[in-house]
Design a protein around this ligand. Structure first.
Ligand SMILES: Cc1cc2nc3c(=O)[nH]c(=O)nc-3n(C[C@H](O)[C@H](O)[C@H](O)COP(=O)(O)O)c2cc1C
Ligand SMILES: [Mn+2]
Length: 474
């Protein structure tokens, strides 16, 4: 399977070959229309959309690139279920990026000085109460001021004027730490925003690796080939050479501007909050560059498809710190792929599930609810999970509630910023002899009499529903 996509364009043509990209040549409005179409395609597991003519911009816009788990799978060369279970191992492959000296496509056009206007790019207006048009698919690249190690992550940005944008990098995010470290040394933090990188680099940016691990190396490992980098034209930051558009700039010292509201990943709005401000020093791009937008909002969207594998890998790592007997971890869609984690495990001590839930509550994942089930329950089957909760759990005995933990969250019910109460549900059955009464009733020898043999001998097939009702119930 291919993973070393040279650039976004090569991936788009692979999607086109598979019928998973639809191009729209009629003019599309950046105000709601492009997002409206993206939302609808996302909801039917439809194609990625390429808007060739955007109102008020000479740039085309691709939107909903990862609006289906199918396309995350294609980018990384593994089916999505495999990614959910093995993303953490892919994160370990690590191939360091390589600096190129040849002319980089992303610098074919260089815009500086008075010519800079961030709204020359077709930033989209997403939702009714949003604070404005938002840049949503930018990979922010910055370096720790002491070690020089790069960090790559995605943060929404709101334009303030032609050359300034907010950067929604709240406390706890690596980018925020980097910005603060530069500022503590009295220097503006240098930052590049990469739009339209190759698809694997985009997804690798979501790895929840420790501070000091360069996500470009994670991308290289997942691609099976180093990401080719070029130095920016006005700052000392390296960016992927084949990206579509780069916004170069610095984070101003001591300046915070209101960012938000914005319709966010919990499927609710995040309120306006002060955010760091980026001053743009240059915009460079390919000829005929494609702008990219990502949808977020009510799960599932591409925001969630892009984050679920890495969130699952993080939750799995944290749970494994308590016991090696973790069978599977599900960071659920209904839980916004962040707020609810279901863990199936084989407990070796009656209280072990409580340790696992506390480990996950304390982690940087942002889990609000942790449900622990036994190894005979598939955490990806929410009916089985609900069954376990309703047959193995007594609320007064098995629920743990902790108030006011620090937690990265945009949950509107949060009592304070970056704070949440947490709930753990131990839905595991007792250990030992007592356990038998909790297991699914078993028909002894059932496997000796396969129904399929009986059905095929009688030529049975599923009755078609229309004929079934015509002949009977009516
Ligand atoms: C489409 C998309 C938009 C995102 N927007 C934001 C954002 O605005 N602010 C934020 O803190 N994280 C955002 N994230 C999540 C971070 O990019 C992600 O958790 C990343 O791994 C953080 O990197 P770090 O561990 O290096 O801090 C977004 C993710 C995606 C996929
Ligand atoms: Mn990081």
């Amino acid at each position: 399977m291919k993973t070393a996509w040279r650039d976004l364009r090569e991936f788009l043509s692979a999607l086109e070959d598979r019928g998973d990209l639809v191009t729209i040549d009629d003019e599309v409005d950046w105000e709601y229309q492009a997002v409206g179409l993206t939302r609808q395609s996302s909801d039917v597991d439809g194609p990625a959309l390429l808007f060739n003519r955007m109102r008020d911009s000479e740039f085309a816009c691709v939107s909903g690139l990862f609006g289906s788990s199918r396309r995350v799978a294609l980018a990384l060369g593994h089916d999505y279920d495999y990614l959910l279970r093995n993303f953490g191992e892919l994160e370990q492959l690590m191939i360091a990026p390589e600096l190129t000296d040849s002319a980089a496509p992303c610098q074919e056009v260089v815009v500086t000085g008075d010519d800079i206007d961030v709204l020359s790019l077709p930033l989209l207006r997403h939702f009714e109460l949003d604070g404005g048009r938002y840049l949503t698919a930018g990979l922010q690249v910055a370096h720790d001021p002491d070690t020089g190690v790069a960090n790559v992550s995605i943060h929404r940005q709101l334009p303030i004027d032609r050359t300034h944008l907010t950067v929604f990098a709240p406390m706890g995010r690596h980018l925020r730490t980097i910005i603060e470290r530069w500022h503590e040394q009295g220097k503006e933090a240098q930052i590049a925003v990469v739009i339209g990188a190759d698809p694997v680099t985009q997804i690798a940016s979501q790895a929840r690796a420790p501070y000091g691990v360069d996500e470009f190396s994670i991308a290289g490992g997942m691609r099976g080939e180093a990401v080719e980098m070029v130095k920016c034209t006005t700052i000392d930051v390296n960016v992927p050479a084949t990206a579509e558009i780069i916004i170069e700039g610095v984070i101003e010292i001591g300046r915070l501007e209101s960012d938000g509201p914005f319709g966010e990943y919990p499927g609710t709005y995040s309120e306006a909050k002060p955010a760091p401000v980026m001053r743009v020093t240059a915009i460079t791009h390919r000829k005929g560059a494609l702008y990219q937008n990502t949808l977020t909002g009510t799960p599932m969207t591409e925001n969630h498809w892009m984050m679920q594998p890495s969130a699952t890998a993080l939750a799995y790592r944290e749970a494994l710190r308590v016991t090696p007997e973790i069978k599977a971890v599900h960071v659920t869609p209904g839980g916004t792929t962040r707020h609810h984690v279901v863990v199936s495990m084989k407990k070796r001590h009656p209280s072990e599930p409580r340790n696992v839930m506390l480990a996950l509550m304390a982690s940087t994942l942002g889990a609000k609810m942790v449900t622990i089930v036994d190894e005979d329950v598939d955490p990806y089957d929410m009916q089985q999970v609900e069954w376990a909760v309703n047959t193995r759990m007594q609320p007064d005995r098995d629920i743990v509630i902790v108030s006011n933990l620090y937690s990265p969250t945009l949950d509107p019910s949060a009592p304070a910023a970056r704070t949440s109460a947490k709930m753990g549900i131990d839905a595991t059955a007792p250990m030992g002899e007592e356990r038998r009464m909790y297991e699914a009733p078993h028909v002894v020898g059932i496997e000796k009499w396969p129904l399929s043999a009986v059905l095929s001998a009688s030529n049975w097939s599923m009755p078609a529903l229309d004929r079934y009702l015509d002949g009977g119930a009516r």
